[in-house]
Each structure stands twice: as structure tokens, then as C-alpha cells.
Design a protein around this ligand. Structure first.
Ligand code: NAD
Ligand code: WQD
Length: 344
């Protein structure tokens, strides 16, 4: 596949790994990001892995004129992968307007320029958060979309609806929403990875920052859930596996293999792991001992969620198959590497 693909939010965590996989598959990538939650140095990481430096424009996707300018400059874009969004659940409760503005306007601008520049394919970053605590596990794409528990979750639900309605009215366009479960880990080179600003909110970066000594201990939020060991269960998916699914989705769009103009796929491993299992696997995989303490449940958390990813396995010809210990080791190697680099 040697098409030109626009990647919004392409210097972010999942975006950067996806740009690497797109370049490896032969695509020419155009990255736009406003660097509100990522660093320009990520481009060096991408070029050192792939040998190719992607085209980059510092653009806020909420700025329609700048987005147009970018599409004009990079004629012939055939598809877009849209990562650019704010993503912190707790922060979205404090700043709902900022979340609605950034996540909805960026998407609407993008759909407008796709229509104007006749860009036929969109891949959208959605989230398992749209399911809330599902009635039945594993979660299939047919599971009920529950009222969102946070403004962030609501932006993903509304974005999916905007895409569905726009695609229904645009015969020349097709879209795929990918509902990620819990993306973790880093590229095996340890040159790109997740770099949360401030205190990490997610489990795995909190673990690696504790192991390296930046945090005193991991807070385990609850051991009284209705799960085998009492801690919360999630479906942790390796970020490189996740990135590869985007390449499959782009290929499906551009090779006209979609069964419907708008499709949705769960991206997970199909297996749930508890917080205690993650701690144990991290310790075994890295040889590090982790300080942790028990805390009350985190408000808003659910007990257990994991994916039925069989639709993506079948239709995209994709499977998340990196073992969990390898994924956690990659997160640890990245943490060590980035701290070394930042000290210099
Ligand atoms: P990230 O914050 O690392 O990446 C998002 C990137 O978008 C950042 O580089 C940021 O600077 C950029 N950005 C934000 N708003 C922008 C705007 N208006 N214009 C231009 N750039 C903008 O986050 P991530 O973890 O890589 O997530 C990528 C996408 O995947 C997001 O849409 C997120 O909601 C979704 N998602 C993430 C997770 C997860 O756990 N990481 C899970 C499910 C879905
Ligand atoms: C995982 C488990 C915590 C931190 C979030 C978003 C979701 C999606 C993915 C974007 C839970 C426990 C965590 C800690 C802990 N993102 N935990 N100590 O909450 O499943 O999902 O990221 O779409 O929308 O909500 O991920 O990594 O925060 O938590 O014990 O310091 O780890 O209680 O059981 P979560 P997480």
C-alpha cells in the first residue's frame, strides 16, 4: 500500500506507533498535531525506527483554515487516521466544555475537509468506554452503548454518531471506528512510548514510574470487586498490535473491502487481567519489585471489562498476539530509556 495517509495526533502515544506501522507498510504519512500532549522529538524516534521522517505540520485540527491549508499542501491524501483528542476521563469531568470543543470540533473539521478534498476513508479512535459496565462479557460490538459516565466518554459516543450520519449522507466516503480497550506497552526499540504529562492516571505508566522511583508506591484501587482476586479486570492490548490494526483498517477502506460504509470493531486481546496479575507479571518480566498499597475503589471504575475481538480477527485479519510479559517489559524498557534521555 503506497498511499498518502493523514494522521492527526500522530506524535501522540498511539499515533506515533501507528505512523511507524503505516510507514513500514509502504504508506506515505502526513502527521498533524498541535503538540498539546506530545513532543516534537517523537518524530526523531519515528525516523530512527523506520528510516523515514514523516511530513509534519503543527496544526490544531480545530483550526479549519489551517487544516485546509495542510490538505492543499499535501495533495492526494487517500485516508485519515484521527487520533487527535483530549483523553483524560477525570479531567473531562472538570473541563467538559474544553473536551466537547476539542474532540467534537476537530472531528467535524476533519469530515468537512475530507468532503472538500475528496478524501474517501476515515479511521477513528474510539474507546471501550462507550460500553460502560457491560451486562455481558466479553463485550461484542452489538453490546448496548450505555449513557456515558464522563464527558470524555460522551465525546466518543457523539463522534461515532457524527461519523455514522455523515457517512450515510456521503456516498463517496467510508469510515471505520476502532474501539480500543486498554492500550499499553511501547515499541520494542524503546524509542517511542507513552509519556504522560504529570502524574499518570493509567495503571501501566504508574507502575513503570513507581519502579523507576518517580512515585513512591502504586495505589491499587480496590480489592473488593466481584472478581477472582478482588481487583479490577481489563483487557490490556499491546500498542504495536493496536497500531497494526489501523494499517489493516486503512487497507480495508482503500481496497474497497468494507461490508458497510461505516463499520465498528473492538480492538482487544479477548482476555482480561486483574491489577494483581499485572503487578505479578510486571515483576516476573522485569525482575523489579514493585511497591504497592491498597486504596479504596477509584470513583467511576467498573469491575471488569474485556473484549470479544473476534469480528476484528475475522474481518480485519488481525489479532493482538504479543504476550503480556513482553508488553510489560517493553513499557519498562521505554521508561528506562526516556528517563535516561531526559537526564541528558
Ligand atoms: P495522546 O494524548 O498521546 O495523543 C493524542 C495527540 O493528539 C497528542 O499528540 C495531542 O497533542 C494531539 N491533539 C489533541 N488535540 C489536538 C488538536 N485539536 N489538534 C491537533 N492535535 C491535537 O493520546 P493517545 O493515548 O495516543 O490516544 C489517541 C486517541 O486514542 C485519542 O483519540 C484517545 O481518545 C483514543 N483512545 C486512547 C486510549 C488510551 O488508553 N490511550 C483508549 C481508547 C481510545
Ligand atoms: C486500569 C485498572 C484501575 C491506576 C481508561 C479510560 C478508558 C480508556 C482506557 C480512553 C483499573 C486500576 C489504575 C492506578 C490502579 N481510555 N488502577 N491504580 O480506567 O480501565 O480505562 O483508559 O478511552 O476510557 O477510563 O484504565 O489504566 O486507568 O485502570 O489500581 O494507579 O487499574 O482501578 O482497575 P481504565 P486504567
Amino acid at each position: 500500500m503506497n498511499e498518502r495517509v493523514l494522521v492527526t495526533g500522530g506524535t501522540g502515544y498511539i499515533g506515533s506507533h501507528t505512523v511507524v506501522e503505516l510507514i513500514n507498510s509502504g504508506c506515505e504519512t502526513v502527521v498533524v498535531d498541535n503538540l498539546s500532549n506530545s513532543r516534537i522529538e517523537v518524530l526523531d524516534g519515528i525516523s530512527s525506527i523506520t528510516g523515514t521522517r514523516p511530513a509534519f505540520d503543527k496544526v490544531d485540527v480545530c483550526d479549519l483554515d489551517r487544516l485546509r491549508e495542510c490538505c492543499r499542501k499535501h495533495q492526494g491524501i487517500k485516508a485519515v487516521v484521527h487520533f487527535a483528542a483530549f483523553k483524560a476521563v477525570g479531567e473531562s469531568v472538570e473541563k467538559p466544555l474544553e473536551y466537547y470543543r476539542n474532540n467534537l470540533i476537530s472531528l467535524m473539521n476533519l469530515l468537512l475537509v475530507m468532503r472538500e478534498f475528496e478524501i474517501p476513508g476515515l479511521v477513528f479512535s474510539s474507546s471501550c468506554t462507550v460500553y460502560g459496565q457491560p451486562d455481558r462479557l466479553p463485550v461484542t460490538e452489538e453490546s448496548l452503548i450505555k449513557p456515558a459516565a464522563s464527558p470524555y466518554g460522551n465525546t466518543k459516543q457523539i463522534c461515532e454518531e457524527i461519523i455514522r450520519d455523515t457517512i450515510a449522507a456521503s456516498p463517496a466516503m467510508k469510515a471505520i471506528s476502532l474501539r480500543y480497550f486498554n492500550p499499553v506497552g511501547a515499541h520494542p526499540s524503546a524509542v517511542i512510548g507513552e509519556l504522560p504529562s504529570g502524574t499518570p492516571l493509567n495503571l501501566v505508566p504508574y507502575i513503570t514510574q513507581t519502579a523507576i522511583g518517580l512515585r513512591e508506591h502504586l495505589r491499587v484501587f480496590g480489592n473488593d470487586y466481584d472478581t477472582p482476586d478482588g481487583s479490577g479486570i481489563r483487557d490490556y492490548i499491546n500498542v504495536v498490535d493496536l497500531a497494526r490494526a489501523h494499517v489493516k483498517a486503512i487497507e480495508r477502506l482503500l481496497e474497497n473491502r468494507c461490508r458497510q460504509p461505516y463499520e465498528v470493531f473492538n480492538l482487544g486481546t479477548g482476555k482480561g487481567s486483574s491489577v494483581f496479575e499485572i503487578i505479578r507479571t510486571f515483576e516476573e518480566a522485569t525482575g523489579e519489585r514493585l511497591n504497592w498499597k491498597l486504596y479504596p475503589r477509584r470513583p467511576g471504575d467498573i469491575a471488569c471489562v474485556y473484549a470479544d475481538a473476534s469480528l476484528a480477527n475475522r474481518e480485519l485479519g488481525w489479532k493482538a498476539d504479543t504476550p503480556l510479559d513482553e508488553t510489560l517489559r517493553s513499557a519498562w524498557n521505554w521508561e528506562k530509556n526516556i528517563r535516561r534521555t531526559m537526564k541528558r
